[in-house]
Design a protein around this ligand. Sequence first.
Ligand SMILES: Cc1ncc(COP(=O)(O)O)c(C=O)c1O
Length: 366
Amino acid sequence: MTIPFLNPGAQTPPLRSELLAAMTSVLDRGHFILGPEVSALEQEVAAFCGAGHGIGVNSGSDALTLALKSLGIGPGDEVITTPFTYIAPAESILQVGAKPVFADIDPRLFTIDAADVARRITPRTRAILPVHLFGQAAPLAELIPLCERHGLEMVEDCAQAIGATWNGRGLAGFGRVGCLSFYPTKNLGADGDGGMMLTGDAALAKRLRMLRVHGIERRYHHDLHGYNSRLDEMQAAILRVKLPRLRAWNDRRAEIAARYTAGLAGLPVETPVVGPGNTHVWHVYAILSDRRDALQKHLESTGVPTLVYYPVPLHLQKCNADGGWKEGDFPVAEAVSRRIQPLPMYPELTDVQVDHVIAAIRSFFG
Ligand SMILES: Cc1ncc(COP(=O)(O)O)c(C=O)c1O
């Protein structure tokens, strides 16, 4: 048995006829960019997340950049974020001309450590950009009061956490802007690129809408310097077919996570922990092991090829070499990068496949 680590195509067969009908209607309408499908998706996703306004863009990365830009963050400003995530949040800070300031992470939750964030606030700090990593919230109980006390903006990176909640409320509704990615392997994945910004602030929503299309409100009248970051109708139509399934898909991910955790009990690995007040949508299920590299090789040899998120924390990435960071600056993120091992996680995994992964890990530890 070989178990694909990621399998975004697996959701197509049961949805094939609905997807084809949705795509055909876009072709027949002949309106391909920012049309009725995008408007409808924006409302549906905003309602799903419990956030006021949705603004579709062409990626989660652009959603972050436009969110920072819309808040007037730029040269001379510092934005505090995590070094243990995908590169996009740090890149978005650099792209608006601001400086990313990293804070270390929690060793079991993998999200940013609020106490370390507090230590890194300076007079130049304008915003905190927490990442709701792997499917659960960063420590909002501490981050929200920190922002209030210091007059900081918060931009939430919800790329991995659509549908997750903290204290019963959907993520993306706590900061000034919440940002989603519809990259195909995300919990709600397009069949191409896509992203969305969510905000409860109508004036900010208007500004974000202008920024995504060259700063226009009226065609050929450019009030702001903006971007070309439009969501296309085909992806929006596809996402509208998938969105009604998202809750069930997230529930299935939770079942798989529970099966892994029960199956791995008693082994010398650390299984994931859910933070206080969080519901988790299990974008990633990752264990920690002191023998990660050998475990990964063993898994591969038993038909379970894997990827490691994230093998190199952002402060040690080559592209950030001029940032002045060095090994040892964020010891928790560095240790987690050496020990973390994600396991296959998508709703179409069968119990038999999950049990195969568990058995492979058990056999490694004898
Ligand atoms: C945490 C996080 N933020 C941002 C992004 C960027 O999203 P996109 O690939 O849609 O640009 C991703 C993933 O791709 C992500 O995992």
